[in-house]
Design a protein around this ligand. Structure first.
Ligand code: ATP
Ligand code: MG
Length: 394
């Protein structure tokens, strides 16, 4: 079956009233971004619905378009449609009969015909026309029956500028269109959790930037490339991401030399959060996002999280906080980041990890250890900010 056009349905909860156009415009913008590789498309809104069709002469692969649309947050359903120019009664009936043949052939099914008549010049009103179409189908296909309550097939015919026919509804990802809910800074490492965290927050309509701290030569160029690739995979859902790559080596070395080793991770994480927050604030970021999950490692106990959190003034979103590792893995497999996340390149936290990191750090103790960095850390932070390499993921 060759479809020429798609009807895009979106969940309407929370978007009624005067914000609706913003929601729709953001959805259209994200759809354009998502399908741009698949061809040249026209996307338009009409009476509270969104449509997409190939531009003149654009021969697209419909599966590729559907796959792309399945990554656009805000879409609840994707309905592939066939399109006919003629609105003459006989032509519409023929189109519907052909459509049924192509989709369902001689299968024994129940159906209900639904007509929407946006073009009021069309001579028959919706209900009698739907009944008439049902009658015509029953004449041709002997194995089908009408069931108006729970039909196997909901056959939709829309009379607009042209005649559109559809019966299939493919699930979209749900959520809110990216761009309707501000922007946040994702702390993106090469692991499994942070790409999932970015995906989950983008799903609520939040645009993403990302920060990655690397520690050359302790972390390799390949480890960085892996993070760039993860950002690219997340951007398939979130849209463009500015990835800030910060050289963290000297800060890490200073902490390693001056602070108790069992506190290394926690102190390092406090500097990471602080730096990510400043980069976020300079780029209109309104929150931070991490892949932390309660109890997963020593730095993710409640006590550790609260000591880390203490340096932040922006809200910190930790969408994986209540998920088990297996649940996070399942999401990463679903969104296609898992295979990249498990590539075995060292990340900057694993090089300097202590044998017995503190699991219940005390804020005052940690602050006292950090005082040993006074006099050097200020300049090291300046220098680290200056290494900011921005990679535009598009
Ligand atoms: P992940 O699987 O996301 O790497 P993790 O289980 O390895 O997480 P940690 O290494 O403790 O956990 O990191 C917790 C969170 O801190 C990460 O999810 C990420 O948001 C952030 N983070 C850790 N290392 C880095 C880094 N090098 N650059 C940027 N953010 C980082
Ligand atoms: Mg990690």
């Amino acid at each position: 079956m060759k479809y020429q056009c798609f009807l895009i349905k979106y969940a309407e909860i929370g978007i009624k009233g005067k914000n609706r156009y913003m929601f729709e415009d953001a959805l259209i913008r994200q759809m354009k971004f998502a399908v741009k590789e698949a061809g040249d498309f026209i996307i338009w809104k009409e009476s509270g619905r969104i449509f997409l069709k190939g531009a003149e002469g654009c021969d697209f692969d419909q599966d590729e378009v559907i796959e792309a649309l399945k990554r656009v947050f805000g879409i609840s359903h994707i309905c592939p449609m066939v399109m006919h120019d003629s609105k003459e009664y006989d032509d519409v009936v023929k189109a519907v009969i052909d459509y049924w043949n192509d989709c369902y052939g001689e299968q024994a099914l129940t159906f209900k015909a639904v007509v929407r008549r946006a073009d009021k010049r069309f001579p028959m009103s919706s209900m009698p026309f739907a009944a008439q179409l049902g009658h015509e189908l029953l004449q041709v296909y002997k194995n089908i029956k009408v069931d108006v309550h729970t039909p196997d097939v909901m056959l939709n015919v829309e009379i607009r500028d042209k005649v559109y026919i559809y019966s299939e509804e493919i699930m979209g990802p749900g959520g809110m269109p990216v761009g309707t809910n501000g922007k946040a800074m994702l702390l993106l490492s090469g692991g499994i959790d942070s790409p999932v965290a970015g995906y989950m927050i983008a799903k609520r309509g939040v645009r993403l930037d990302a920060t990655y701290f690397h520690a050359p030569p302790y972390t390799s160029e390949r480890a960085k490339e892996k993070v760039v690739e993860l950002a690219r995979l997340v951007a398939r859902y979130s849209g463009p991401i500015d990835l800030h790559v910060i050289n963290f080596t000297d800060i890490q070395m200073a902490i390693y030399e001056k602070c108790p080793h069992e506190e290394l991770t926690i102190i390092m994480r406090r500097y990471m959060m602080q730096m990510a927050e400043n980069i976020a604030k300079n780029n209109n970021g309104l929150a931070l996002i991490t892949g932390e999950s309660l109890g997963q490692v020593a730095s993710q106990t409640i006590q550790s999280l609260s000591v880390t959190n203490e340096v932040c003034t922006l809200p910190v979103f930790r969408p994986c906080i209540g998920l088990d590792k297996q649940e996070i893995v399942e999401i990463s497999e679903k969104i296609g980041t898992f295979e990249t996340s498990i590539l075995p390149y060292e990340d900057c936290c694993t090089i300097f990890v202590a044998k017995h990191p503190v699991t219940k750090p005390n804020l005052n103790v940690i602050k006292k250890s950090e005082r040993k960095l006074e006099g050097v850390i200020e300049e090291l932070l300046e220098r680290a900010y200056a290494t900011d390499e921005v990679i535009h993921i598009r």
